[in-house]
Design a protein around this ligand. Structure first.
Ligand SMILES: Cc1ncc(COP(=O)(O)O)c(C=O)c1O
Length: 389
């Protein structure tokens, strides 16, 4: 076989995806992936949207279209961000095929080989995968129960001269932690003083189980020319649609668009039109009311159930939204070792060590509480109890 790119072939795949492949077995209960509850999908409504799009737009829906995205969808996304405290115009938005494509494009466009990217530690593994394609290097910034520690951020900027910082400030993956408003302002104050990119990844903020909203850090006007904010319909509508977006400064959106041309030309025309049709004919906020209530129930069931399952001395983050519980088992537990037994017992969690860019803690685990109904959660926890107790 002729050679292939040495750097890319040296990168491993996501260990999480490999674990999730195991969870395809219908007898296995998965607390693994970040998949929304399938019952929450509006199958009828989305079906009607596809039908209406074909009736109303005909061939347009099946034709090539712009790299930046369908104008109506960019408009609707900008309106939604504005509604959520991040003032945006349609021109500020580049539609992507899921925010994962957005992360890949951002990595290609703003990073050079050996550029340093600061991250929360632990953080979302697939963002690391995306940035690693550009040969980025990662440096952790200290976090606590309020997310990134501002003093540590400033120290890391001075020490490492990073090109960018990648943050998930709301219902972080994997820890579920949310950065309070006051700290967002402190982080913005620091970022405003330095010439680095903020990559703000925000897939989960609409899955909140309390009555507050958090303003994106990117809403600070001083960061307008240095922030790239990523959103997605995956967690609120359906991940199979593959509709995400990047909001950023015009000059960089142009380069992101030419980079997208080089990899995928465009996001599916019909999928974009169906998404905006759904958003026009339905009320996303109303749709999310029962979803949030059910996810809250599932979160509470898992938090309560885990007490009888996890070994004495564990700690657990109970997030105010999103999809994940993050547990730290007592010193000496190795979640990587016990995952094989767990799969044999018919239950999957994600060992936490793989989310770290430095100093991995083998005693940590991530559990998704949204994907299974309460009864299945109870059954899965019982199986988990045979491993941890
Ligand atoms: C933090 C974070 N960013 C991005 C994504 C990618 O989402 P999608 O490509 O489906 O929009 C995910 C999915 O789990 C995620 O957890």
């Amino acid at each position: 076989m002729p050679p292939i790119n040495a750097h890319v072939s040296s990168l491993g795949g996501s260990p999480i995806r490999a674990l999730l492949a195991l969870a395809q077995d219908p007898n296995v209960i998965s607390f693994g992936g970040g998949a929304p509850a399938s019952e929450s999908f509006d199958v009828d409504g989305i079906g009607k949207s596809y039908q209406r799009v074909l009736e109303e737009h005909g061939a347009r829906a099946l034709q090539y279209s712009s790299t930046e995205g369908e104008p109506e969808l960019r408009e609707a996304i900008a309106a939604r961000m504005t509604h959520n405290g991040l003032h945006s115009e349609a021109d500020d938005v580049l539609i992507t095929s899921g925010s994962q494509q957005g992360l890949g494009l951002v990595g290609q466009v703003i990073l050079d080989p050996d550029s340093i990217v600061l991250t929360e530690n632990p953080t979302f593994v697939s963002a690391l995968q995306a940035f690693a394609l550009s040969r980025a290097q990662f440096r952790p910034v200290d976090t606590d129960s309020g997310g990134l520690v501002p003093e540590a951020l400033e120290a890391a900027i001075l020490q490492y001269q990073p090109r960018a910082i990648y943050l998930i400030p709301t219902f972080q993956n994997p820890t579920g932690v949310t950065m309070p408003e006051s700290r967002r302002r402190e982080v913005a104050d620091i970022l405003a003083r330095y010439n680095i990119w903020l990559i703000e990844d925000d897939p989960y903020s609409e899955l909140r189980y309390d009555e507050w909203t958090m303003t994106p850090i990117s809403a600070d006007p001083r960061l307008r020319q240095k922030s790239l904010y990523l959103g997605t319909l995956s967690k609120v509508l359906a991940p199979g649609l593959r509709i995400g977006w990047i909001r950023g400064p015009q000059e960089v959106l142009d380069t992101l668009a030419t980079t997208k041309q080089g990899t995928s030309l465009q996001t599916s025309t019909i999928d974009q039109l169906a998404a905006v049709d759904w958003l026009t004919h339905n009320d996303l906020d109303a749709k999310l009311v029962p979803v949030r209530a059910e996810y809250r129930r599932r979160r509470d069931a898992m938090v309560q159930g885990l007490d009888a399952v996890l070994p004495d001395g564990y700690t657990l983050n109970t997030p105010m939204g999103g999809m994940f519980l993050w547990a730290n088992l007592p010193e000496g537990f190795d979640a990587n070792e016990s995952i094989t037994d767990a799969v044999q017992a018919g239950v999957v969690y994600i060992p936490g060590a793989q989310f770290y860019v430095a100093d991995p803690r083998p005693s940590t685990i991530r559990l998704s509480f949204v994907s299974n109904p309460v009864e299945t959660i109870a059954e899965g926890l019982e199986r988990l109890g045979t491993i941890f107790r």
